[in-house]
Write a protein of this length. Sequence first.
Length: 444
Amino acid sequence: MTELFIKTLKKLGLFHPNSITLIGVSGGLDSMVLCHLYFDAGLPFAIAHYNYKLRGEESEADAEFVKERARYYKVAFHLETANTEKYAKDHKVSIQEAARDLRYSFFEKLRIQHKYEWIAVAHHRDDNIETVFQNIIKGTGIDGLSGMQMKRDKIIRPMLEFSRVDLLGYVSRYNLQYRDDSSNKESKYERNYLRNEILPTIDNWQPSFRNVMQRNIANWQEMAVIYKRQIKDLKKKYTEQRGIDLYIHTKRLLDDGYGKVLLFELTNEYGFNPTQVEDILDKHESGKQILSENYRMIRDRNFLILTLKDEIEDSIEYIFDKEESITHLGKKIRIKCLSQPFTLDTSGNILQLDKSKLEFPLMIRSWKQGDYFYPLGMTKGNSEKRCKKKVSDYFIDKKVPLHEKEKTSIILSGGKICGIIGYQVDDRFKVQPSTQDMIKIEII
């Protein structure tokens, strides 16, 4: 097994006797085998352990055990502890996601600080099969079918070709000690349920299942390389960079017979999932938008516009044809399209616009110096001529505080301000007795 391990490292260009690899070590069977493989191969390494504080005395015993193993191998030992449950709650993620985020952040910090060449983790063949199954269940593309990579950035997984049975045999041969995590036996977690309940059932039905899956994953990884080359060519055809924004030609894409799969492949690197992509493609609503962690995707008539969240917050185009709620400058705004018969609201802070006077798409943005509009009912002297007023002067007259001004949105039609949301409608777009359809906009 050590010979195959060395062969794998050499194949990946990772066999460097003068470079130190940082190994993430839980104390369990997998990570203890990985440590011994590095030791047996004569390769320098250091050990990092993360105590998640989830299993009381067991967690403390794990940390002490790993520390003792580092002394045995005469290598550097790094320990970090954290309240994982608090992190999960604060960041609104699962315990498993929190643990993963914490440990990989810790490993990367150590790698940079101590100039370690690689971060090695102890995933093996059966872990990879579980990962692929999880991806399939959640919905995935070719990347999800490809599973974990042996090398991605500075993370390496040199045991992916070994099965758990291989590891058990190695432990027996070298009489290695390891810690048994009692939580692995609990099937309440998704991965444990797969490991303890689902996959053993498939093993009983198809004994060669895991070997077949290993070959499948290898094939899918090769297919992914070919697939991504084609996607790269298609991206040039169906996308257009405009400044920092990416415009996706959805009409051209759909006319050529492509749909959700290609759109997902064009956008998944920005953090959008298949369900979101399907939703925005199916609804045909100009102004519809979806969010990922850092990006916003907006549906236009012929495009999907991909932009950074911060860049689009100030100016967003919408087409309203039904009730909808949006958030702009931290305020939730509700828009309704009403047809006669309707009753006008006289509270004063609700915009009511004659739809027939509007040009779509409408735009919502923050107000700017120099903006002007014609406040409802304001005329010059005794004449009936509308009075033009700067938005800044209107705020002064109304004694609007600075912090409220900064959070105030205006709505525009054809480049003309048709109202200050929460304050005043423009006289040019007011509802009249002849109005048949009205757009009602209010802060909720």
